[in-house]
Design a protein around this ligand. Structure first.
Ligand SMILES: Nc1ncnc2c1ncn2[C@@H]1O[C@H](COP(=O)(O)OP(=O)(O)O)[C@@H](O)[C@H]1O
Ligand SMILES: [Mg+2]
Length: 246
């Protein structure tokens, strides 16, 4: 267990659509509710919603709502692209490039305003940001340890073990994994046994398993029961070096 409360966490996932935004928002709200002032960031959003000519970044908006952030959107989400594609592709399509220095500067400003930062990644660790940099390079640049969000469907073991292995090979620190039961799908043998089998194959701590929480809609900006996510992470918080007020 880390000796001090860490500066922040980088929430990555085994894929897009696995619950990174839900977990990041739930964690940040949990910290805030317990007296740790949490800042949030979604450094790059692709597939923005266009409304009256301006670009709305749904993940960044959801994170900001979860903690009632009053930081400017240009700091919370410095890069907002229209095309729903990997950041490198979305940037190329708009004839621009992404500069990790700009993201780091925004991050440092937010980190100086808040006690703890929760940063949501984009896609998975190997998602390209520039031709030479991926999401894991961004996490390392921000010097943030990783929390991996994984679905529990068939295929999870491969996705989760690949993610852990790549993080370790690139020198990123992995604090733990959170399983997200996205709901809807019928529970077959794989879904029932995957978390337990993962724990036999990999020493990364399991921080918790999140059930389907009602009323959440990231795209529509509806928080639903996202603030209740902490109930499923109680024991996992020890691995994060977080001590919440009783
Ligand atoms: N535990 C959950 N309970 C209810 N809905 C969820 C849960 N996890 C994810 N979702 C829904 O699934 C979709 C994908 O989740 P999201 O957090 O946006 O994934 P990611 O950030 O990895 O792309 C969203 O529409 C979100 O509302
Ligand atoms: Mg997201």
């Amino acid at each position: 267990m880390p000796a001090q409360t860490p500066q922040g966490f980088f929430i990555t996932g085994t894929d897009t659509g696995v619950g990174k935004t839900v977990v990041a928002a739930g964690l940040a709200a949990l910290f805030k509710k317990n007296g740790l002032d949490a800042g949030v960031m979604k450094p790059i959003q692709t597939g923005c919603i266009i409304r009256r000519g301006s670009r709305i970044a749904p993940d960044a908006r959801f994170l900001a709502r979860a903690v009632k952030a009053d930081d400017p959107m240009d700091l919370i989400c410095p890069y907002r692209f229209k095309i729903p594609a990997a950041p490198m592709v979305a940037a190329e399509y708009e004839g621009t490039t992404i500069d990790l220095d700009r993201i780091e500067n925004a991050y440092r400003t937010l980190a100086s305003r808040h006690r703890i930062m929760v940063v949501e990644g984009i896609g998975g660790l190997l998602t390209p940001i520039t031709p030479t940099e991926t999401v894991v390079d961004l996490a390392r640049r921000l010097r943030l340890p990783l929390i991996i969000v994984a679905h529990t469907r068939l295929g999870m073991l491969n996705h989760a073990l690949l993610t852990v292995r790549h993080a370790q090979q690139t020198g990123a620190s992995v604090l733990g994994i959170i399983f997200n039961r996205l709901g809807g799908a019928s529970r077959g043998i794989a879904e029932k046994t995957n978390p337990e089998v993962f724990s036999r194959l990999c020493s990364v701590p399991i921080l918790g398993t999140i059930p389907h929480l009602s009323g959440i809609n990231v795209e529509a900006g509806r928080l639903g029961r996202v603030r209740g996510l902490g109930h499923y992470l109680n024991e996992g918080l020890h691995h994060l070096g977080i001590k919440l007020n009783p």
